[in-house]
Design a protein around this ligand. Structure first.
Ligand code: ADP
Ligand code: TRP
Length: 336
């Protein structure tokens, strides 16, 4: 089974990103042939500072490696190192009705959030479909917000196959019954299981836009300040404490082993321990969970040459797959 996903980064990753996304990506590398790329061509639509774009790309690669992505198991590469992505983008784009792109939710959302509407942003789903279809991915793990993009990739794969592959049957999209699979494999989205939204230090959803995050790779002092400063109510030590809407409880639940958590739940419900006790344990759990990754990240940052080698090796492997697929596509459409 082939698994593929693109990873974006804006530099700072937080606990919400880990539990909501990164952890599942890393786990999936055990389940099949995984291809993960840093979607730097996509980032270009919003990051127009070259130094920053380079930094974010490296930061994302380092973060994934530090958090458990194994380059001997999964293929990790930079999107821009495989020019076939841009090439297929154009070929697909020449078939896609404009009306599909006009319906894209994520484009509308981004414009509403104040992003300048450039052509790259508008055509983003086409590049994303090219990313997926080049590798004949079976499964595309993404967040809920990306579901429509994967559905576009499915629709466009089917209509391309119909146009260029004689005998292709859209009712049998991968040719399992009639042995005519078409050029593009029709992928399935794997929507990340709904992780209960992790709360930030102010009790709202943890998000970098709310400035309430606990970052995975911030210095110890910053982590300590963030965790010890989590907003709590004024319940006294002896009082029972609410679990619903409590950031301290929510974060403990994400980090503590199940048996230990049962003890904390009881303690919240019964009362008798102050928030300071919980926060202290939370800080310990943060370090127990992430110190190995934090240390690996420091090592990797000291040796950017090694990260570069991993990315280059990944790109070479990805290009083998992508260029064979492009050759088939070019023959099919008459470019060869
Ligand atoms: P942010 O809100 O900080 O900008 P992103 O939108 O970049 O985060 O999130 C990337 C992925 O991280 C999302 O698809 C989602 O799966 C996960 N994620 C982000 N914040 C949370 C959260 N508070 N709880 C659970 N998952 C989250
Ligand atoms: N658009 C995705 C996101 O914002 C990233 C991405 C780019 C992607 N290309 C992809 C994800 C291909 C899955 C498959 O998260």
């Amino acid at each position: 089974m082939k698994i593929l996903s693109g990873v974006q980064s804006s530099g700072r990753l937080h606990l919400g990103n880990y539990f909501g996304a990164i952890r599942q990506f890393v786990q999936l590398q055990e389940k099949g042939d995984a291809f993960y790329f840093i979607a730097n061509l996509h980032s270009l639509t919003s990051v127009q500072d070259p130094k920053l774009l380079r930094e974010y790309t490296l930061e994302a690669a380092v973060a994934y490696l530090a958090l458990g992505l194994d380059p001997d198991r999964a293929t990790l590469f930079r999107q821009s190192d495989v020019p076939e992505h841009s090439e297929l983008f154009w070929i697909l784009g020449s078939q896609i009705p404009l009306s599909h792109l006009e319906r894209a939710h994520s484009y509308k959302d981004k414009i509403q959030k104040g992003l300048k509407p450039n052509f790259g942003l508008f055509s983003y789903p086409v590049l994303m479909a090219a990313d997926i279809l080049l590798y004949a991915a079976d499964l595309v793990p993404v967040g809920k917000d990306q579901r429509q993009h994967v559905e576009f990739a499915r629709d466009w794969a089917i209509s391309f196959n119909q146009l260029y592959c004689p005998g292709y049957d859209p009712a049998d999209p991968n040719g399992e019954k009639n042995g005519k699979p078409g050029i593009f494999r029709v992928p399935d989205a794997l929507i990340q299981p709904e992780m209960a939204t992790l709360l930030g230090v102010d009790g709202q959803k943890m998000s970098k836009s709310y400035n309430n995050t606990i970052d995975l790779f911030a210095p110890d002092k910053v982590i300590q300040k963030a965790i010890m400063g989590i907003k709590t109510d004024s319940a006294g030590i002896a009082d029972p404490k609410p679990t619903e809407g409590s950031a301290v409880y929510c974060l403990l639940k994400a980090l503590a082993p199940v048996e230990e958590m049962a003890k904390w739940t009881e303690s919240f419900e019964r009362g008798g321990e102050g928030y300071g006790v919980y926060k202290k344990r939370l800080l310990e759990l943060f370090h127990e969970t992430f110190d190995p990754a934090r240390a690996r990240r420091e090592e990797l940052l000291k040796d950017p040459g090694e990260v570069e080698r991993i990315l280059a090796k990944g790109a070479a492997k990805a290009r083998e797959v992508a260029s064979a697929q492009m050759d088939t596509v070019k023959r099919a459409v008459g470019l060869k």
